[in-house]
Design a protein around this ligand. Sequence first.
Ligand SMILES: *Cc1c(COP(=O)(O)O)cnc(C)c1O
Ligand SMILES: [Zn+2]
Length: 440
Amino acid sequence: MMTNNLANEAATTFKLQCIRCPKTYPVTEVRYVCDCGGLLDVWHDLEMLRPQISRGLFDGRLSGVPGPRVAPTTNSGVWRYREIILPTTVDNIVSRPEGHTPVYEHPRLSQWVGLKNFYLKHEGENPTGSFKDRGMTVGVTQAKLMGAKAVACASTGNTSASLAAYAALANMAAFIFIPDGKIAAGKLAQALAYGAKTLQIAGDFDDAMKLVRQVCDDTGVYLLNSLNPFRLEGQKSIPLEIIQGFRWQPPDWIVLPAGNLGNTAAFGKALYEAQQLGLINKIPRLAAIQAAGASPFYQSYQLNFAERKSMKANTVATAISIGNPVSYPRAIRALEWTNGVVSSVTDEEIMDAKAMIDGVGIGCEPASAAAVAGTRRLLAEGIIKPHEMVVGILTGNLMKDSANTVDYHTGAWPNAKYPNPPIKVEANLNAVREFIEQKL
Ligand SMILES: *Cc1c(COP(=O)(O)O)cnc(C)c1O
Ligand SMILES: [Zn+2]
């Protein structure tokens, strides 16, 4: 069923490489894990690429004016870096376009966190409202290159929303496996609205994940979970775009929420490659932040990774509510490459940090706030220093998960520090005037 459009392209400059054993496979082969069971990387020939890659090459692509007829090679923040992501020709690319997300700074938030130089890269301002679009544009493009008629994933929400949109764009069928009852309404709405066939599995995320892997092996549907190494290649563009935005001067730290650890893995690989290619002189340290109720990676980190932990996940931050993260070994490598750390924050810390991020007008979904809560905690623990420059990743949009936000502000969240409840006022001018004067 799969055809092969890659044969004459740059397929020789990259391959699938097992991260556990020396085995490699051509990128034209549909496969998600090595014969030995190890995870796969898309491995680029860095030696061959080094003479072609420069800051100037990528800076030159920033000058294009975005518009409806402009190619994704110019107006996507992912395909700008195509040589080190997925070398292919422009006609093959399935793009919204994505990326080019803003970097925010707000004095009130920086002060609350305790840093002078604190920035937030807002990945929730991608086309479907999360960073997953950066991986999905590459994953669905690869699916198209492989001649796939259908794509599938298991998801706590954002992956399915993104897959549904990109599959629709590419005229492919999408099958989405979601855990029963544990998905934010905004994300489910997206998957249904974009036309994906949505299967609600009676179980948790890990059950849905196991099932979708079996189904894809069985039916030849192309699997687009973060197990798929092409998605991670797209997500590499986040740190690249951050650093390019700071004129190639890396921050001291990049802090991100961590669930399945795909992003942690992708960030580490991007930074390693950027240094190998001479794009950066210094590698920023990664801080991966888990929710306390879904913190198997943090628990393993505390044991120096002597043991791979898993747990029944339970946190308000549904996007990182993962008990047995798929990219665990890739993420360990990312920490080694970046001298990284792992921390964990409680749901109370997450929701209070979210209220601060929301309250300065930036806004994010609960999982994203773990990056800010984690930065604050690492600063309090003396791991991040007050003079250091930190970029946090806001992974998802405020509008994705409105139920938890409303709960926080209306009293259903017991320990809310910064609630902003709606006030009941009588329907007459005097009552309203009195209320407003009190507030001014
Ligand atoms: C997917 C997702 C995460 C977790 O990313 P991983 O790569 O699974 O660690 C965090 N926040 C949001 C909003 C997400 O959608
Ligand atoms: Zn192997």
